[in-house]
Structure formats: C-alpha cells, structure tokens
Write a protein that binds this ligand. Structure first.
Ligand code: UTP
Length: 290
C-alpha cells in the first residue's frame, strides 16, 4: 500500500436541513464565514497538510461549488482593469488546484458519500474533511493527523470533548489515552447519554485507509436510516487498530445556525478590517442586554 496521504475527499452532498431555506438550492458547504465559503477553508487546510488531489462529493446542487473553484475570466478582467490586485490574487489563489467531482445521487449518509469516491482512491490512505466542521484556519489539524498516520500506519480520527447532553449528536469513542492520541476500543453513532462510553466526539477530520471501502460496500443503514461512517469504522476496528486525536483548538459546527454565527463572530474578530467595528457593535449590544 502507498503510504503518503495525497488525496482528500470533501463530502458536500448532504441535504443541510438544519440550514433551510438557505440550503434549498445551494450546498451548505458554500455558506461563507466572513468572505470565504466553508469548503474553501477546508481546501486550504488540506493544501497546508500537503494534499495534492481533491475529490468533492456533490449532490444535486453541485454547480455553485464547481463554479467557485473554476477560473472567472470576466471577473478577473474587471479586477485587473480597476487595479484591484489584492482581490485578484485572492480569487486566483486556487487556480492551480485540480478537483474531481463525484455525484452522490441520493444522500444516503456520510459512509455512502465516501464510498462514492472509491473509483478515485486505489491502494492509498486518504483524508476526509467535513467542511461544516470549522476550525481555526491557522491551526494545522490535518497536517498533525497526517503525521500521526505516518507513525501508526492506521486510520486516525479527530476527537473533541463535548458536553454530555450533546453526545447523542455525534459518533462517540471509547479508548485508551496516551498524550493526545487514543487507541480506540469502540465507536458508537449518536448514543443516548446514559449509553455513551465517553464524551469524546468524532469530528469532521479523518485519515482513512482503503480497506474501509470493503466494509462500506456491505454496510447496512444505521442511525437515522443513513449509511454511517462510524458504523463502518466500528467494523474495521475488528480487523485493525484505529487511533483518535484530541484536537487542540476551537471547533464550530457551522452546519448548525448558532455554531455558524459563533464562527462568523470569532473569524470577524480576527479580521483586521472588521475587528474594531464589530467589537464596538458588540459592546453596544451587550450594554442593551443589561
Ligand atoms: P451532516 O449530517 O452534517 O449534513 O453531514 P447534512 O445531512 O447535510 O445536514 P443536516 O443534518 O440535514 O442539516 C456531514 C457531512 O457529510 C456530507 C454533508 O454534506 C456534510 O459535509 N454528507 C452527508 C454527504 O455528502 N452525503 C450524505 O448523504 C450525508
């Protein structure tokens, strides 16, 4: 098996029901945090982890994503003529990146979305990023996970501690801890709090090995009637070790409205053009609450 992680799968075919009506005709991965769509943050994180090939799983609303990563000649011309060099640089930044698009015809679940990429991944490890799990753009999470993969030569899953009353929204693991790395002994999708083996939740960054496809091939639907990646990983765990990596920084569930608003505020506060105005506005707002 090839040992270098060169590919990333970016699933973007979910229905995004928590964000309707915004996601009725446009994928939630195109929602912007400040001025950049979620999926672009994910692509940039992958680039800084050394990823070279990008496979996007799209659903019925694929056009917006394809257009976003395509060249935009008329816009470029206009920016050039009006001397807006900085913006021009920004929109051209990913022009050399090549994307493959695969259609998931029906949103049967994350496990199924990943299975759809099988023809593009042969005997090599690959990364998966769920763009709606937003992290600090300066934090090289995927790069750290690639490093752990290189040591362990086994799948690595990002983890975060969540409040106990939220464990039923996540895949939850049990495992033995050594520093920030866990040797996983069990995984369970969306357990009730009294059934959860821990409050360590799986979040949207994975380094997987191609043997996951053999498991996904015959995976039955699980929680919510969807083909769950967590169930497939549980099956894979019978055959090989799987590791968890406790992330260091903040993470926002931008597929959820409140999580999205929090991410927007935090990212805006770190943006030199917006920080001062936003801080001032927030002070006024907080004063109103008193
Ligand atoms: P989520 O469960 O967060 O997304 O999937 P969702 O189903 O679109 O959102 P809600 O719960 O209805 O609001 C996590 C990731 O997996 C992708 C989603 O696009 C998202 O990036 N996904 C999910 C697929 O690509 N296909 C699926 O069948 C399901």
């Amino acid at each position: 098996m090839e040992e270098i992680v060169k590919k990333v799968i970016l699933p973007a075919a979910g229905l995004g029901t928590r964000f309707l009506p915004a996601t009725k005709a446009s994928p939630k991965e195109m929602l912007p945090i400040v001025d950049k769509p979620l999926i672009q943050y994910a692509v940039e994180e992958a680039i800084s982890a050394g990823i070279e090939e990008f496979i996007i799983i799209t659903g019925k609303n694929k056009r917006a994503i394809e257009d976003h990563f395509d060249a935009a000649y008329r816009l470029e011309e206009k920016l050039k003529n009006s001397g807006k060099q900085q913006l021009l640089k920004e929109i051209n930044k990913l022009n050399d990146v090549h994307f493959a698009y695969i259609r998931q015809k029906t949103a049967l679940g994350l496990g199924h979305a990943i299975y759809c990429a099988r023809p593009f991944v042969s005997h090599e490890p690959f990364a998966v990023i769920l763009s709606d799990d937003v992290i600090d753009p300066d934090y090289p999470l995927l790069a750290e996970m690639v490093e752990i993969y290189e040591q362990k030569k086994s799948p690595v899953i990002a983890l975060q501690e969540v409040p106990w009353d939220e464990v039923n929204r996540y895949g939850i693991i049990a495992g033995e801890r050594e520093d920030r790395v866990f040797r996983i002994s069990d995984l369970v999708e969306k357990p009730k709090p009294d059934r959860a083996p821990s409050n360590l939740a799986i979040i949207g960054r994975y380094i997987l090995t191609p043997d996951i496809f053999q498991v996904l091939e015959s995976q039955e639907p699980g929680a919510g009637g969807e083909i769950q990646l967590t169930d497939a990983l549980r099956e894979l765990l019978k055959k090989r070790p799987i590791y968890g990596y406790l992330i260091k920084g903040a993470r926002y569930d931008a597929g959820d409205k409140l999580g999205f608003i929090k991410a927007t505020i935090d990212f805006a506060l770190r943006n030199s053009e917006l920080a001062e105005g936003l801080r001032q506005y927030m002070k006024e707002k907080v004063a109103d609450f008193r």
